[in-house]
Design a protein around this ligand. Sequence first.
Ligand code: ADP
Length: 744
Amino acid sequence: MSDHYVKVKVQLEQMKTLGEDEGKQGVDAEEHLQEPSPPASGSPDPSSINTSGGDASSPSITSKLRGKGRTKQGKDDKNCSGKHISDLPSHGSVVSAPSGRNQNRLEHEQTLHVRGTGKVLQGKSESNGNCVTVHASKNVQETRREDGLKLSQRKRRPVTVDTSKAKTSLEALKISIKYLKWKEFPLGRRAACDIYWHGVSFHDNENIVSGQVNKFPGMIDMLRKINLSRAMRTTQELFPEEYDFYPRSWILPEEYQQFSTQIRMVKENDATVNPTFIVKPDGGSQGDGIYLIRDPSDLKLMAGSQAKQGVVQEYIHKPLLIDKLKFDIRLYVLIKSMEPLEIYIAKEGLTRFCTEPYQEPSQKNLSHVFMHLTNYSLNVHSGNFIHSDSQNTGSKRTLSSVLYRLAAKGVDIKRVWSDIIALVIKTVIAVVPELKVYYQAEIPPGKPGPTCFQILGFDILLMKNLKPILLEVNSNPSMRIEHEKEVSPGVFEYVPSPVDEDVKVGVIRDTLRLMDPGLKKASVSQSKAGGFEHKEEISVEGEKQEKSLEEGVLPSLCLKQVYPKYSKQFNCLRLVERIASLFIRFLGVKGNMRLGPTAFRTFFRTCKLSNSNFTMASVDILYIDITRRWSGTISDSREAGMGLQAFVEAFFFLAGRRFKSLVLREQVVSLLELCEAQLESQPGGEDRRSVSCSRALPRAVKTQTLGQANPQLSSPAPQRRAASQDYRLHQRLKPRMLRANVEN
Ligand code: ADP
């Protein structure tokens, strides 16, 4: 190892220690960093982290490639979450137990540090069915603890998992279940299972009344490109600086005129500016239907009912390059619970590389799909795709290998990681309000139903200046652990992919460990016994769970809690969630997702919002005006009414009228406080607070999450960036229909 690499390694370890200390949450296993591997023979020069590239030709972007298919808001924002998060993942080699095929293939050395004992377990982990045995000298305490653990494992009935609908995650799931010695039901089970693993949506199995499902209702719909863009825009309006990681987007076809007018104005103001945009169909995935344009007139819009729904988005033209190639990051994120919000991030992820050297967009190269799109599913069909068994070469690599490479170049990867964590938390905060509406519609309070968790796939691009940009969030990230390989011309076969297996099996296995119903019961009964009535304690409970999991014989968790761990920095961003909680409260009929005119009036009356300036007649006009524009061509009367996004718009409008002198965010906080105070003072006000994603949750927890304004937000802040409320009210265009239960 060269001196330089030794230095980098030491630096990384120091940063890691710092990060962990600051979070006061150590990881038991010492995850020692890999030595940076010398450039693989034939692989490009590692020093070429820049934005230049050569020219190359490629098929047209439309060709069928696969056989199958602001202005400143002031200091408040900074106080809120601008703080740098010091929580570098233990990148380098994540000590994960060898899984499945690898496990059978490999015998490898492991070094484990046992928390508190200072003891190093060193030895070989070997394949033993699906169980890994670590041979090591143990002290008496450890032996007792392990014996105790084995005993308690023996006493407990194994956790049952229904895998009948797991689809492409099945293989990774099977490996994980075997590893944990849980019981799999591949054909489903008459009796209830503890966990239901669905490949697509919450509805893959109908009528589940207990246990846990690995999908939230409505997640697919919520994360479609249009809905995600809308949710991000709402939060961008409130917190422009906090949400500047999502590219500027316009909804198609509704906002086409706005888009073309704005671009024309930009070009007129400065003739040297020639921005590029990326057009994405709403329901698309794997790069399907995506193309780049430089002029609004190049948009392939179709008229009438054939109008293509989608988004057109600012194209990030200066991505960070490695080996002259554009790449993006696939990060796995677990939403363990929505109420209270618990988010985990996988310490290891994947990076997907383009297969043609990058050049900034020009009219000539706009259609070079292998240069501009990082989708694995596209690039795998390029002649240049490199399948590699190594984690740090080839067209798909581990995130840690890329970060390590960047660190070796002097990049502050601790900062990059902290920005990525912030991006993830903020994005989840943006989508949770609508998800809560879906949840209460699907499983209203009092109706028996499962609880939910979900693994999401975040696609993140690093800009040349290292700023992470959110491209999209996948509700069903591929958990396949094989990849397609062309075995003979035109014939593709699935072959094992060690990189995918290492990362994905770890994510599934540790998600299961965190969702272990035994742990949940223990924590609930503990909390009952201890009488917890405070949100912070949930965070401690979450950490306790993590720790207790890590104290066993299994490897340390590859999933790291980031929320509520960092809730202090991000809680004040949860304003829309408080609006959603008002909305849900007035929804009334169980299973409903839209507010009728009477319920809207009731909201006004109950919150005492009407006065001589805003009469009940104006309330009705407001309702009709907003609802008409948002619901557009609704043919199904069951869908009529005011959805959450329309309600949020009405709320912003009212807040603007009532608190004219403030900036939007403060207007909204003030109106929320007013409404919440009115509701609190109602007889039984507390009890009717009904956001219900955790039916077993103590009331005080809900109150804390939803009812309290952050004092930081009440302080004066600089001017608002947006146009007047009235202008915005009329600018926002009708949304795509929100549909419940259409995930399949
Ligand atoms: P899909 O769901 O079809 O994969 P994405 O939104 O992930 O759609 O976009 C596909 C690819 O296009 C991304 O992986 C990325 O390489 C590229 N891309 C998407 N949005 C942008 C953007 N705003 N700027 C630059 N590249 C982008």
